[in-house]
Each structure stands twice: as C-alpha cells, then as structure tokens.
Design a protein around this ligand. Structure first.
Ligand SMILES: [Zn+2]
Ligand SMILES: [Zn+2]
Length: 292
C-alpha cells in the first residue's frame, strides 16, 4: 500500500530532482601546476561540468606546466568513467609517436592532444598525426603559439586542405589572436577591438573540419576584448565552438577561477539559448561522441 502523501511525493520528485543542464569541458589536465586528482574532481564539480576531457602531456616537457602524461589520464578516467574521458598524446617528431598514440587510442582515447610542441604547423609531423586521427576517426587538438608551438600558423590552412576528413581543434594565443584581421603575431593577449576576417575567422568559415576551443586566458580574452564582436563571432561559428577551461585553479568558487569566468562570458554573450547549449555541450557531444 502506498499512502496518498507518498504517491504525491513520488510524482513531484522528477521536477524537484531535475538535473542541471549538462556541460562538457574539452580541455583540462591532470597534475596541472601540482593540483591533485581530488582537487581537480572538486574543481570540475564546482564549475558545474558534467563530463571533462583530460588532455595528457607527451613523454617529455609536461606541456610546459607539469601536466601528467597518458597513464595519469587513463587512471583518473577509469576511476571516474562518468565524469572523465581522455585524449592520447606524444611528441609528433619522435619514432614513438605513432605506437604510443595508437596504444592509448586502443585503450579508449577519443582524440589526440594537447599538441604543444616545437614543430611547424604545416609539417610531416602534423601529417603523421592526421593519418593516425583519420584511421581512428578522432580529432587533433593544437596549441598555436607564435615562436613556440606549431610554428607558422599562416600555413596551417594547407594541412586542413590536405586532410579534409580529419577534424582539428584550434587553441591558445595565436589561434585566438588571429580572429582579428589586423593581428600582430608577436602579440599574445591583444586588448584592442577586433576587425573580423583574421586567419582564424576565415578557417572556421571555410573549412568544415576546423573547430575552436574557447579555453584558457586566450579564449576568454578573445571575447572580453570586444564583446560586440564576440556576440557576432559566437553566432557565426555556433556549430564549431567548444567550451573548455584549461585553468589550473585549485578552487572554482573563490571568484578567481578562469574556467568559471569563461563559462559566465559564454552564457552572457551567446546570442540565444540554443547557441549557448551548442557551445557548452552539443558541439562537443557530437564531435567527440560523448553521451551523458
Ligand atoms: Zn595550451
Ligand atoms: Zn592545456
């Protein structure tokens, strides 16, 4: 026998227990500036993230921030399979690149990256990554930073042309600076208003295999430097932009967390709710085949 009160309570439950809207964060790291797994798990929960994609370092350099390698992201994702997925990574210009990346793709990696190495953006090394990515039907995430990583951003278009079936995700200072047609390549965090039609803007318009990762100070700055431009940019590229945090904050709730600021900026500047949902969830779910 079920009481009238219990029956009413059970009917009301689905409304009361309504889950928050899901969010996918496509850019986080283990051991980021020494942050522990427990701190990372709490940080992602406090940001309101449903699924986090962990991007490992290669066998050297720790992505220049001490980030953990392939085994650390596999371990955290195995312990928390609902909350975490992972990419595979290795330096692209060493003989181990293909066997190591393939080993972790076979172990369940859903992409390749974060590629943050001192090679040319248009090079046989990136062609090798594209060949692996095509075989496994996964995207490649690229950190473009003038003078440091994936050099010669202006030549990357040739890679997109040669590999039309491979999806690439652009990230970092040089990717975001080049939304501006007047971008100076030595400038890392420009504060001036944006003139549309920069290299990044054009790649997103002209190549269906090009995506943009909104993470890090560079992604946030690209919106805050010119909010009118940002509204229009989010609208024009609404099917290609992906929320990521890439922040090393220990605490997401102290008012200083960059990931929280990026989420807030996207929610404020997205021209409508449908566009906001694509950028915070739908585009990543489709590209990375993530279901929650
Ligand atoms: Zn990066
Ligand atoms: Zn990163």
């Amino acid at each position: 026998m079920i009481s009238r009160r219990a029956l009413l309570a059970s009917l009301a439950t689905p409304l009361l227990a309504q889950a928050p809207e899901p969010v996918i964060d496509i850019h986080q790291h283990t051991n980021y500036s020494g942050r522990s797994d427990a701190e990372l798990i709490a940080h992602q929960r406090d940001m309101g993230v449903t699924v986090t994609v962990l991007l490992p370092a290669g066998s050297k350099f720790g992505l220049a921030v001490g980030a953990g390698g392939n085994d650390t992201v596999v371990a955290l994702a195995r312990q928390n399979p609902k909350q975490f997925r992972f990419f595979a990574n290795e330096l692209p210009d060493i003989p181990e690149a293909r066997p190591v990346i393939e080993r972790y793709l076979k172990a369940g990696a859903i992409g390749i990256g974060e590629q943050k190495f001192h090679v040319d953006a248009d090079s046989p090394h990136i062609d090798l990554l594209a060949a692996i990515a095509r075989d496994y039907n996964v995207p490649v995430l690229m950190h473009f930073e003038h003078g440091n990583y994936n050099l010669g951003f202006e030549n990357f278009e040739r890679v997109l042309k040669r590999h039309p079936r491979v999806n690439f995700i652009g990230h970092a200072q040089t990717w975001w600076g080049n939304i501006d047609r007047n971008h100076k390549q030595t400038e890392m965090y420009p504060k001036t208003p944006v003139t549309p039609g920069g290299i990044t803007d054009r790649l997103l318009s002209d190549y269906p295999n090009m995506y943009g990762d909104m993470s890090a100070g560079s992604g946030l700055n690209s919106m805050l430097r010119d909010e009118d431009h940002a509204r229009d940019f989010l609208k024009r590229h609404q099917d290609r932009l992906l929320f990521g945090s890439d922040c090393n904050d220990r605490n997401a709730l102290d008012g200083n967390c960059q990931g929280v600021k990026t989420l807030a900026a996207l929610r404020r500047l997205a021209p409508d709710k449908a566009i906001e949902r694509k950028i915070l969830f739908g585009n990543a779910a489709k590209l990375l085949k993530i279901s929650v």
